[in-house]
Design a protein around this ligand. Structure first.
Ligand SMILES: NCCCC(=O)O
Length: 814
């Protein structure tokens, strides 16, 4: 056996399909100094028992793009490597047995057009023709994807490993990593039971072992194994290898032809977590006992869907562990905490169908230091440190597994592991009738029912039960005043004599402003892509308060930390937990706050985009005159222990001014009317501020420049190839959520990044980028140039580069 090298550029931990695909793709970009370490044998953890489905349509655009590339790769892999893969393009059918599910399938078929994946909406009769073993009595429709298929996961992994070896990578089996080494915040290599390897990059692809491996070096990679079941039936009449893969989402089941047999698997609600006390050291190609009683109801449903199973024999009842994550999205990329430490894990049972794309983007990410495209939905940096808590994980994954096949209703909330992070106002908001959603562990009021009630969501793709409550909240903010609890904001302080210089290099806007000024800015990468969207308040000559979204707390904190030179006199502190935030927004906000504060809140004494400490109730709070809803208003930053007292003072005074409690759904609707961008949707690391219409927040000529400046200068020179446009659907009925294609004549010009019903405008509103028909510079945008496709139907829209609501900002500056 070859000797373990002492040094490698990249060490990959884990020899499943993900690890082998990363090794393969690294060699494809010319990196051959790659070592892959597998504790036992290739595929022996999870990959070996993958059911083998190679589907391409996922709920999000980026996960679909990765799966689509995977399908393309597998089609040619056998020819390229000479290793059989068992790949067969048999197509797939997904069925709906109710109108809501059918709407979801039709919406995905529309989304698939954005990246040229042919998906056909089919009738029950057409399903029967394509798969005559299926009972379609209760089926209302479905989708057919002719380019889907299946493969043998072990063979695919061996083919990728062979391709990687051919490209120069070295693969060592029976070599266990005993320690990941680092020097402060930089990875340095690994220790194994066979010696040590120094490395510039370590990639953890350890499947269900990943949580513990990552945690050993302070990296949060939350995932937990669950039991996953399938049954192999033999003697099933009427099947052959032309049978498409079948997905019966409403009954949690999938069906795949498997060498003369039929494999039937399921993703049930109330899954059973596995490995609660750790995973045996000897685990290798192991099955687990599982519970036939647990799976039996799903089998009964399967026999109804495919009646031929009633006469077939069970050849194998299988149960094996697979890793699931809290949000059923996998973890990719470089950790925020440790430079050079990459993760690709938590594949939620779609590892085989994602592995090609995962390997490709990971290789590019390792080479370039930034993701090759917006991958935020699966970025490892979205995870919060608390999420590796085992009690949290065990409870949440009982739900995650079933969510794979559950209807992905808009605004759908998790039901497990709730109440993790609560604002100081939580109980008071409960009394006001708040309906909470969960975001990054935070319980946040999304909408309010009647005070004293306990409202709950009733989901659908149409107007949900909170539609009217949301309309009333939006109206209050536009006409009187609304109270939002925004305590989940992430808040950092940067202090020291170099704080200004450090921050001004990172911010595209100029933060060398007088103390008391607040600056809206983006942080950019070298390509000019937007890494963060936030406000920066100068508190004093040497101190700044930085406020960003809850979702990006870990990412943004570490972005600034990494861009603070070691010798800079600037200390960065995360003060999120120490401060709550109450936002008071609307034309009556000044009068309300003035009635309980001795400070002068007039426009002259307290202009827009300034911040002061004021007295409010018994407290001193930091009031910042800024808005995300497009009205006069203040965000109040309040030490946590003063939150309840300040809130009580505001609410006691509020009735006289028409104060209404408002939730995050109202915040979203209001910001959408005003076309305020949301990071992660409307602006991402692949969109620049110029494309996003945020050029006003970029100071190209400030002293010292800023990260991304050169890329923006080049883009300005060349002209914009895409522009962010606001759309209003002309009919008041349809609902926009996200991912809907934007048509210009007979071509797709872009897709909706975020959408919401805009009550003030009387229709659904969305934001999306459009490009030019010839791929060149985008010209003028005509109001009637576009249509938006929703579930297969095209709707006329009005397009605008300026916000539909208050385009002159008159309401903010009153
Ligand atoms: N491992 C099962 C994959 C399920 C699906 O593709 O629908």
């Amino acid at each position: 056996m070859a000797e373990l090298p002492k040094k490698a550029k990249v060490v990959i931990i884990g020899g499943g399909v993900i690890g082998c695909s990363i090794a393969y793709h690294l060699t494809k970009i010319g990196w051959d100094d790659v070592v892959l370490l597998e504790r036992k044998q290739l595929t022996s953890g999870t990959t070996w028992h993958a059911a083998g489905l190679v589907g391409q349509l996922r709920p999000s655009i980026n996960m679909t793009k990765l799966a689509k590339y995977t399908g393309e790769l597998y089609r040619g892999l056998e020819a390229e490597t000479g290793q059989a893969t068992g790949y067969r393009q048999c197509g797939s059918i997904s069925m709906a047995t109710n109108a809501e599910r059918f709407e979801e399938l039709k919406r995905s078929a529309s989304m698939a057009k954005v990246f040229d994946l042919p998906v056909h909406v089919v009738t029950p009769q057409e399903i029967k023709e394509l798969a005559h073993i299926v009972n379609v009595d209760d089926v209302v429709g479905g989708i057919h994807i002719p380019s889907d298929g299946y493969a043998n996961a072990v063979d695919i992994t061996q083919a990728l490993a062979k391709g990687a070896r051919t490209g120069g990578a070295k693969i060592f089996e029976n070599t266990k990593v005993t320690r990941i080494r680092h020097n402060g915040d930089r990875i340095t290599g690994v220790d194994t039971d066979d010696g040590s390897i120094d490395a510039d990059y370590v990639v953890i692809c350890g499947g269900m072992w990943t949580r513990d491996l990552a945690a050993s070096v302070g990296v949060a990679a939350p995932l937990h194994a669950c039991e996953h079941y399938y049954v192999l039936f033999e003697g099933v009449e009427g099947i052959d290898n032309t049978l498409p893969v079948l997905r019966d989402y409403d009954y949690c089941g999938y069906y795949k032809y498997d060498a003369g047999k039929l494999l039937v698997g399921a993703f049930e609600p109330n899954a059973r977590p596995w490995g609660m006390d750790g995973i045996s050291e000897d685990f290798c190609f192991d099955e687990i006992a599982g519970s036939f009683e647990h799976f039996e109801p799903l089998l009964i449903d399967a026999m109804r869907r495919v009646p031929a199973l009633e006469k077939a024999g069970i050849q194998k009842f299988f149960c094996g562990p697979e890793s699931f994550t809290p949000d059923v999205r996998y973890h990719l990329g470089e950790s925020a905490e440790l430079k050079g430490c990459f993760v690709a894990a938590g594949l939620n049972s779609i590892g085989l169908q994602s592995a090609g794309g995962v390997g490709k983007v990971m290789a590019d990410w390792i080479r370039d230091g930034i993701p090759p495209a917006d991958l935020w939905t699966v970025d490892i940096r979205r995870n919060m440190p608390f999420q590796i808590n085992r009690k949290y994980l065990r409870e949440r994954v009982t739900e995650s597994l079933g969510l794979l096949y559950a209807t992905h209703y808009p605004f759908k909330q998790y039901e497990t592991a709730r109440g993790v992070r609560k604002s100081a106002l939580h109980d008071r908001l409960v009394a006001q009738g708040a309906c909470f959603g969960e975001a990054f562990g935070w319980e946040r009021a999304n909408w309010y029912g009647e005070p004293g009630s306990t409202p709950a969501y009733e989901y659908s793709y149409g107007r949900q039960n909170w539609f009217e409550a949301n309309a009333a909240e939006c109206k209050a903010v536009r006409e009187a005043v609304g109270l939002f609890d925004q305590s989940s904001f992430a808040k950092f302080r940067l202090e020291g004599r170099d704080a200004m210089a450090v921050l001004n290099r990172v911010c595209a806007n100029d933060v060398d402003v007088a103390p008391g000024k607040l600056v809206y800015t983006q942080w950019l990468n070298d390509k000019g892509g937007i890494e963060a969207d936030l406000t920066v308040t100068r508190l004093s000559e040497t101190a700044y308060l930085i406020v960003t979204g809850a979702e990006t707390e870990v990412k943004d904190f570490n972005w600034l930390k990494r861009h603070t030179p070691d010798d800079a006199h600037a200390v960065l502190t995360n003060v999120s937990s120490g401060m709550g935030v109450i936002s008071i927004m609307g034309p009556n906000s000044r009068a309300l706050l003035q009635s309980i504060s001795p400070n002068d809140l007039s426009h002259e004494a307290f202009p827009f985009a300034t911040s002061q400490e004021i007295e409010l109730g018994y407290a001193i709070v930091r009031a910042s005159r800024i808005t995300y809803v497009g009205e006069l208003g203040w965000e109040l930053y309040i030490p946590t222990e003063f939150m309840a007292g300040v809130y009580d003072a505001i609410v006691a005074a509020g009735a006289a001014f028409g104060l209404k409690h408002c939730g995050y759904h109202a915040l979203n609707a209001l910001r959408m009317e005003k076309a305020y961008r949301h990071w992660g949707h409307d602006i991402t690391d692949e969109d620049t501020p110029l494309e996003a219409g945020l050029g006003f927040a970029v100071k190209m000529d400030k002293a010292g420049g800023f990260i991304g400046r050169e890329a923006l200068a080049a883009q300005k020179e060349a002209g914009l190839k895409q522009r962010l446009v606001q759309f209003l659907v002309k009919s008041p009925e349809p609902m926009l959520y996200h991912n809907e294609p934007i048509w210009q004549g007979d071509r797709i010009a872009g897709y909706i990044r975020s959408g919401m019903y805009a009550h003030t405008l009387g229709g659904a509103c969305g934001l999306g980028y459009v490009d030019a028909a010839d791929g060149g510079v985008v010209g003028p945008i005509g109001a009637d140039d576009y249509e938006i496709e929703i579930a297969g139907v095209r709707y006329p829209v009005t397009a605008s580069l300026k916000p539909f609501y208050d385009p002159t900002n008159a309401r903010i500056k009153i």
